[in-house]
Design a protein around this ligand. Structure first.
Ligand code: NAD
Length: 249
């Protein structure tokens, strides 16, 4: 076994309240491209800013059409070995919470209970009213869009509906940020898996945990700016590495 993977197993074995922090990199092995690797999503299309979404019906249409185009992909994707290893760590009570920047619902699909997943950037599998927060289903919105050329307004309050994700320019969700801080402060091990750690404020949590006394491990294909602060850095693929580390526990 690679000594770095053995060290990851060792850190996990000694942890009681580990936190896993994931980014787009944990889902690339499920076939969802990340943002910043070559060929990533941003090399192909500019994101719709939140203010434009609010102000401009055309921006909303662009946003919905992109979302509908992705529907088949979202329905087809399945958790990969990395998600399953994280779920196993939760099941064994080594990991108490999973903070994710991902919007793909794959931690829950892998078996992590809903209340242990903290979604900092929301979830693309459903939509929400921006005024009252009522949930709306993508399939219903699509049916309305096909018939009328626009997404419907909220059935309850008439507000604008948007996928339940956090867009550029949109405020971070207060409750999730508070919970993420709480679990980071309480963590004895903080494991980053598949994040370039450049999107703030999310990328601050590893440092919050480290300062509060947690060991910090970073598992990412490429270097990150936080590598110098980590107790263990693994520039490896997530699925095979986490599987090996968990099997050796
Ligand atoms: P990022 O694209 O900035 O970084 C991903 C990192 O993962 C890269 O450094 C890359 O080297 C690494 N990586 C990719 N595949 C890997 C693998 N198999 N093994 C090890 N490392 C691997 O992603 P980010 O830090 O999450 O920031 C991008 C933002 O985009 C996030 O806020 C997220 O909300 C959003 N996003 C989400 C999804 C998703 O839900 N699956 C996909 C794309 C983007």
């Amino acid at each position: 076994m690679d000594p770095d993977v053995a060290e990851l197993t060792n850190l996990l074995r000694n942890a009681r309240q580990a936190v896993v922090f994931t980014g787009a990199g944990i889902s690339t092995e499920s076939g969802i491209p990340d943002f910043r690797s070559p060929g990533g999503i941003w090399t192909k299309m500019m994101p719709v800013q939140f203010q434009d979404y609010l102000a401009d019906a055309q921006a909303r249409r662009v946003s919905w059409e992109r979302r509908f185009e992705m529907e088949e992909t979202w329905n087809a994707v399945r958790p990969n070995a990395g998600h399953l290893a994280v779920a196993e760590l939760v099941r064994r009570k080594i990991v108490s919470a999973v903070i994710t920047q991902n919007i793909d619902n794959l931690h829950q699909a892998a078996g992590v209970p809903e209340h242990r997943v903290i979604e900092l950037h929301g979830n693309t599998r459903y939509a929400k009213c921006l005024t009252c927060g009522a949930r709306a289903e993508i399939a219903d919105i699509r049916t309305h869009y096909v018939a009328h050329g626009d997404a419907p307004d909220c059935k309850l309050c008439g507000g604008i509906i948007k996928t339940a994700t956090i867009s550029f320019g949109q405020a971070m969700p207060d409750a999730e940020m508070a919970r993420a801080e709480e679990v980071s402060l309480a963590a004895d091990l903080f494991l980053v898996a598949g994040s370039s750690l450049v999107v703030y404020p999310a990328a601050a949590f590893p440092l919050v945990a480290r300062r509060a006394g947690a060991k910090l491990a970073i598992l990412n294909r490429e270097k990150t700016e936080q590598d110098p602060y980590a107790d263990l850095v693994l520039h490896r693929e997530i699925g095979p590495t986490l599987t090996e580390a968990v099997q050796a526990l």
